[in-house]
Design a protein around this ligand. Structure first.
Ligand SMILES: [Zn+2]
Length: 469
């Protein structure tokens, strides 16, 4: 026992196994620890058993949604939620897909009237997502417990040095964690998280690449978390200039397409693996990277994830289709067959022994970069507080910022009514501040902002060719 090398069914690193069986650190962390112990079992179940449990959960969720949310009573009322077998046999796949703009339009009408008290307090979140249409989703404390558990599962799967130092380069907030100092926190996440972690340090994403490399080398983190786009520039810079990070064990990324090239560059630059996660704010974790491979395992304890072709049929391994997700644990605002806006390629079952279904790759999460007239590069990352501030300025239902000339940004909006001059002035000021440059701002209105030919939408687009001076 404990001598086995390589991952076999039921095997988790012994250090982590011991940790999972310690007493919880606090009252708050006890439910997360309990979930993690359950995950230790459920990840090794056969795919059929995993799916059977999910259909039982979806049957309950469907009944709850029909009872307490009028939208679902109208759209799903004809389905008998108790007939799990017929749901599984095909009924489920006839349920209408929930579009992002429906969630946007319905707003709080999607909130359940009878949220189980035991699911704890409510927590709203705003998302910009990949469709540029801001969505407000309300989650329960119970659903957030799953969020924490998946975060920790990712640490376990990738065997992180939990007492080590985590460097985070993912905030674009103005004046936050500026070079050369950055910022420092005593823990990786919440200080009363499920396990005691080492410290974390942060650096603003708008730091120049040479400064970023210097900061990382000086602070010697064990782990780095950032966006793939940072790595695309940081890794080649380090290779060219011989910058190494001796303590570094791995790089974690999220939020964008993560291609094979970036993985190779991480190996070449620092000889470390890259681990990606697939998550969205409104849903939470959808998939984590397998401990043994570059592909992903769907987090079936939290979501039922479908990949559908153009005709709405389930994709076979190797095929790419739309991602449709049902959140299994959020009884405040259940998302049933929700279209995330991404595309994914279904994979074959994994030889690591986990029964959790496989996604080979995720497409459609590209983020464009803003080049200021000064030549400085910036990320237009619109986080939840940004979107909230933006939406509170005017009745906006959809937005897109288009970089249409070197010094000009067009703000494209779909709104519930015409905006006043005062509202436009406020938005102008907000956009300039957010992008960090006194751009000339124009406005364009339409009922619906168009999608690209591939059916995608970006909240920031570049529509001119910068002259290379
Ligand atoms: Zn695997």
């Amino acid at each position: 026992m404990g001598q086995i090398t390589g991952m076999v069914k039921g095997d988790t690193d012994p250090v982590w196994k011991r940790r999972l069986h310690q007493k919880p650190r606090s009252k708050k962390s006890a439910p997360v620890l309990k979930l993690l112990k359950g995950f230790e079992q459920s990840q090794w179940w056969d795919p059929e058993d995993i799916e059977a449990k999910q259909f039982r959960q979806m049957s309950q969720l469907l009944a709850h949604a029909q009872r307490s949310i009028s939208h679902y009573a109208e759209t799903l009322g004809h389905v008998n939620p108790d007939d799990v077998e017929s749901l599984k046999a095909g009924r489920w796949f006839d349920l209408p897909v929930l579009k992002r703009d429906t969630v946007n339009k319905l707003g709080d009408d999607l909130l359940s009237r009878t949220i189980p008290k035991s699911h704890g307090r409510l927590n709203p979140i705003y998302t910009s997502g990949t469709t540029g249409r801001p969505v407000r989703v309300v989650r329960t404390l119970f659903a957030l417990t799953y969020w924490s558990a998946f975060t920790t599962r990712d640490h376990i799967w990738h065997n992180r040095i939990i007492k080590g130092k985590l460097a985070s380069i993912r905030s674009s907030e103005k004046n936050f964690a500026l070079y050369p100092k950055g910022a420092r926190q005593i823990a990786w996440g919440s200080k009363d998280g499920v396990f005691k972690t080492g410290p974390s340090i942060s650096l603003n994403v708008n730091t120049s690449i040479p400064d970023m490399a210097e900061w990382i080398a000086r602070n010697e983190p064990d782990h780095i978390v950032c966006l793939p786009n940072i790595l695309k520039r940081l890794a080649p810079y380090c290779i060219e200039n011989g910058v190494t990070f001796p303590n570094l064990r791995e790089v974690q990324v999220h939020g964008e397409n993560c291609g094979e090239l970036i993985r190779q560059q991480c190996r070449e630059a620092w000889d470390v693996p890259l681990h990606d996660i697939y998550t969205s704010r409104e849903i939470g974790y959808m998939a984590l990277q397998c401990p043994k491979h570059d592909h992903y395992h769907i987090q079936s304890e939290g979501v039922y994830l479908e990949i559908l072709d153009e005709d709405g049929r389930s994709c076979n391994p190797g095929e790419i289709g739309r991602v449709i997700v049902t959140t299994l644990q959020n009884y405040a605002m259940p998302l049933i067959r929700y279209e995330v806006g991404d595309y994914a390629e279904r994979g074959e079952p994994c030889d690591c022994g986990r029964g959790l279904p496989v996604i080979n790759r995720i497409l459609g999460r590209e983020q464009e970069i803003l080049v200021l007239p000064t030549g400085e590069q910036r990320w237009t990352l619109l986080g939840s507080p940004d979107v909230r501030a933006f939406m509170e300025m005017a009745p906006i239902t959809q937005y897109q910022l288009a970089h249409v000339a070197a010094d000009r940004i067009e703000v494209r909006l779909a709104t519930k009514r015409d905006l006043t001059a005062n509202e436009e002035a406020k938005i102008t000021e907000w956009v300039r501040k957010k992008l960090g440059y006194p751009f000339e701002i124009g406005f364009a209105y339409s009922d619906e902002l168009p999608l690209t030919k591939a059916g995608k939408f970006k909240d920031f687009v570049v529509e001119f060719t910068a002259s290379k001076a």
